[in-house]
Design a protein. Structure first.
Length: 65
Protein backbone atom coordinates (compact mmCIF):
# COMPACT_ATOMS: atom_id res chain seq x y z
CA UNK A 1 0.00 0.00 0.00
CA UNK A 2 2.80 2.44 0.85
CA UNK A 3 4.64 1.80 -2.42
CA UNK A 4 1.43 2.19 -4.43
CA UNK A 5 0.68 5.46 -2.63
CA UNK A 6 4.09 6.90 -3.55
CA UNK A 7 4.23 5.42 -7.06
CA UNK A 8 5.44 8.08 -9.47
CA UNK A 9 6.98 10.10 -6.65
CA UNK A 10 9.79 7.81 -5.51
CA UNK A 11 12.45 5.81 -7.32
CA UNK A 12 13.19 3.39 -4.50
CA UNK A 13 12.00 2.08 -1.17
CA UNK A 14 13.59 0.21 1.70
CA UNK A 15 11.51 -2.62 3.11
CA UNK A 16 12.08 -5.00 5.99
CA UNK A 17 13.07 -8.63 5.52
CA UNK A 18 9.64 -9.62 6.83
CA UNK A 19 8.06 -7.81 3.85
CA UNK A 20 10.38 -9.29 1.21
CA UNK A 21 7.50 -11.20 -0.38
CA UNK A 22 6.21 -7.82 -1.63
CA UNK A 23 9.46 -6.92 -3.41
CA UNK A 24 8.43 -8.24 -6.84
CA UNK A 25 5.08 -6.46 -6.70
CA UNK A 26 6.80 -3.19 -5.77
CA UNK A 27 9.37 -3.61 -8.53
CA UNK A 28 6.53 -4.06 -11.04
CA UNK A 29 5.29 -0.62 -9.95
CA UNK A 30 8.58 0.80 -11.24
CA UNK A 31 10.09 1.26 -7.78
CA UNK A 32 13.48 -0.21 -6.92
CA UNK A 33 13.50 -2.22 -3.70
CA UNK A 34 16.18 -2.66 -1.08
CA UNK A 35 15.53 -5.24 1.62
CA UNK A 36 17.13 -4.59 5.00
CA UNK A 37 16.52 -5.11 8.70
CA UNK A 38 14.51 -2.02 9.63
CA UNK A 39 13.84 -2.68 13.32
CA UNK A 40 16.30 -0.52 15.22
CA UNK A 41 16.89 -1.62 18.80
CA UNK A 42 20.31 -0.07 19.27
CA UNK A 43 22.50 2.75 18.05
CA UNK A 44 24.40 0.21 15.98
CA UNK A 45 21.14 -0.85 14.30
CA UNK A 46 20.33 2.78 13.46
CA UNK A 47 23.79 3.42 12.04
CA UNK A 48 23.65 0.24 9.96
CA UNK A 49 20.23 1.09 8.52
CA UNK A 50 21.32 4.64 7.76
CA UNK A 51 24.38 3.37 5.90
CA UNK A 52 22.30 0.87 3.95
CA UNK A 53 19.78 3.58 3.00
CA UNK A 54 22.49 5.99 1.88
CA UNK A 55 24.22 3.30 -0.20
CA UNK A 56 20.89 2.38 -1.79
CA UNK A 57 20.13 6.04 -2.51
CA UNK A 58 23.50 6.34 -4.25
CA UNK A 59 22.59 3.46 -6.58
CA UNK A 60 19.33 5.18 -7.45
CA UNK A 61 21.14 8.44 -8.16
CA UNK A 62 23.80 6.77 -10.31
CA UNK A 63 21.11 5.13 -12.48
CA UNK A 64 19.68 8.55 -13.32
CA UNK A 65 22.98 10.26 -14.16
Amino acid sequence: SVARHYQGLIDGIVIDFLDRDFADMITRLGIQVHIAPTVMKSLSDRVDLARRCLAFAETLHSRKV
